[in-house]
Design a protein around this ligand. Structure first.
Ligand code: XMP
Length: 520
């Protein structure tokens, strides 16, 4: 049995809400395993005894379109508590004989809900107040409650803002308890899972670690496993988990592309080979990468060259290890969730991402993906539980193609050297000023432009260094981080004074969209 099968859980049926992952996170933060499944994919046979409650997410649909989306309503006829959120609340009412119609006033943003009756769901939610501030986002609303449903709270525009059918243990909320703007929203979710579903806590980093180690041992048996280690959070956690599970049967391959951050290759070898005693094959391929990238300036070409060469080198070394049956990858839960396509929308390709994860199909290896049910913050906690240092688990993300996509235009050895230094100064200064962990990702880039400067009595003609620091939830959208003037002055001085080759520093103040986080 694997992690996801043998744990009691809350099943979240996704109707395409942008907040579905947030619901799953809230449940997990409360110490209970939760799993998301698309309403299009869920089948009656999937409902088993490990499911202790169901949450229906919000979504962009209209309840009258639901047949078009083929949701099997028999799923709600199991004797399981159900919490409907926003659209989920409307569909729950509709399927039980209530009515839903377009609201006179659409409600988006903050609203107050006023207590009308007591309910287990709202136990300690209102405290000693009569109302609470919640976050709404809907154009339709329940206009008539089904039989045996009772109003628990109303807002000015939604009479049925919180409802319950105590006999069936059906609950509905028109607002979003999972977003932080809803005051005390987590309490509602906590009441649902602990007081109504009566599920016990089963989800901590320690539980996960022990279970995942067992799962990996069972899956792999006596066979050998290879793993592409990049030094980033996900592959580091996978490597250490497998190290604990199967020890010397694990072989990690670490390719130094020459496009890593300053001293990164030394740190990776120190940590994994020397400290954690992992079988680590270190491949210095700096020259090979630089040769292939010579005179290439097109961003997509760079990405393809790096991705393909990486796979070639990885395969070359993997073949040297005999009888390997498995390839370990750091796939995370958000990569797996199919809900992204629930609404049928496909995003256009902006960049071809190269990740050390997506390797290598033709080797015919079975996959070991121990993190595939975890979110990034859970992976970080697991890393700590596995004895990885905070420095490794809380690192900013770093792209597979590395510094190549932070040097727009042609890449040379000299430019890489200059950029490594600038990036190092920037990151160190963030750390020294207690800013590193307030920022989701930060880096320096070297622009293919030289400008004139004056240092001492001499004219300089050197490169332009761009600094980028952003805040984000998941890298899909981002905003620039607002530094104090004194910080910007000091980092600019430090870079220009210490690094020959840079005489001007600029700060990128664009958000994503319209820009992307990386330059290429
Ligand atoms: P963009 O530039 O697309 O970046 O806004 C979003 C996030 O993805 C990272 N990134 C990559 N990660 N391989 C990776 O593993 C890649 O090819 C790649 N390109 C961008 C980027 O650093 C940011 O965190």
């Amino acid at each position: 049995m694997s992690l996801e099968q043998n744990l009691n859980k809350i099943l979240i049926i996704d109707f395409g809400s942008q907040f579905t992952q947030l619901i799953a996170r809230r449940v997990r933060e409360l110490g209970v395993f939760s799993e998301i499944v698309s309403h299009k994919k869920i089948k009656l046979k999937d409902i088993n005894s490990s499911i202790k409650g169901v949450i229906l997410s919000g979504g962009p649909l209209n309840v009258y379109q639901i047949n078009k989306y083929s949701f099997d309503k028999k799923i709600l006829q199991f004797d399981l508590p159900v919490l409907g959120i926003c659209f989920g609340h409307q569909i729950l009412s509709k399927l039980n004989g209530g009515r839903v119609k377009q609201s006179k006033h659409r409600e988006f943003g903050l609203a107050n809900v006023f207590k009308k009756n007591n309910s287990l769901l709202t136990s300690n939610f209102f405290g000693n107040k009569k109302s609470k501030q919640v976050w709404m986002s809907h154009a339709d609303q329940v206009s008539k409650l089904p039989k045996n449903f009772k109003v628990i709270a109303s807002s000015t525009n939604s009479k049925f803002a919180i409802v319950e059918n105590k006999i069936k243990k059906y609950y509905g909320v028109q607002f979003h308890p999972e977003v932080t703007h809803t005051e005390n929203g987590k309490k509602l979710i906590s009441n649902f899972i602990f007081l109504i579903c009566k599920i016990k806590k089963n989800w901590s980093s320690k539980d996960q670690k022990n279970q995942l180690i067992k799962d990996v041992r069972k899956q792999v048996g006596n066979n050998k496993v290879i793993c592409a280690l990049s030094g980033g959070v996900d592959s580091s956690v996978v490597a250490q988990l497998l190290n604990k599970a199967i020890g010397k049967k694990l072989y990690c391959i670490f390719v130094n592309t020459g496009l890593l951050r300053k001293n990164e290759e030394v740190q990776v070898v120190q940590t994994f080979k020397k400290r954690l005693k992992i079988n680590l094959i270190y491949v210095n391929a700096e020259k090979e990468f630089l040769k292939k990238l010579k005179n290439v300036s097109d961003p997509e070409k760079k990405r393809k060259i790096i991705g393909n060469l990486f796979i070639k080198i990885f395969e070359r070394y993997a073949k040297k290890i005999k009888n390997v049956k498995f390839l370990a990858q750091g796939t995370l839960y958000p990569d797996l969730i199919e809900s992204k396509s629930v609404t049928g929308s496909q995003t256009s390709k902006i960049k071809s991402h190269h990740n050390v994860g997506g390797l290598p199909k033709k080797m015919n290896l079975k996959l070991v993906e121990p993190l595939k049910f975890l979110f990034k913050d859970e992976v970080r906690k697991l890393g700590i539980e596995l004895n990885l240092s905070k420095e490794i688990v809380s690192r900013h993300p770093f792209p597979g193609p590395g510094l190549a996509i932070r040097i727009p235009g042609i890449i040379t050895n000299e430019k890489i050297k200059i950029l490594k230094e600038a990036d190092y100064y920037f990151i160190q200064t963030l750390k020294n000023n207690g800013l590193y962990h307030k920022i989701w990702q930060a880096y320096a880039a070297l622009l293919p432009v030289k400008t004139v400067g004056v240092m001492g009595d001499n004219r300089t003609y050197e490169y332009l260094c761009l600094l980028r620091a952003i805040t984000s939830e998941d890298g899909m959208t981002a905003d620039y981080y607002e530094f104090k003037k004194s910080f910007m002055q000091s980092i600019s001085n430090k870079i220009v004074n210490s690094i020959r080759g840079i005489n001007r520093v600029v700060y990128d103040v664009t958000s994503k969209p319209p820009s992307t986080i990386e330059l290429e």
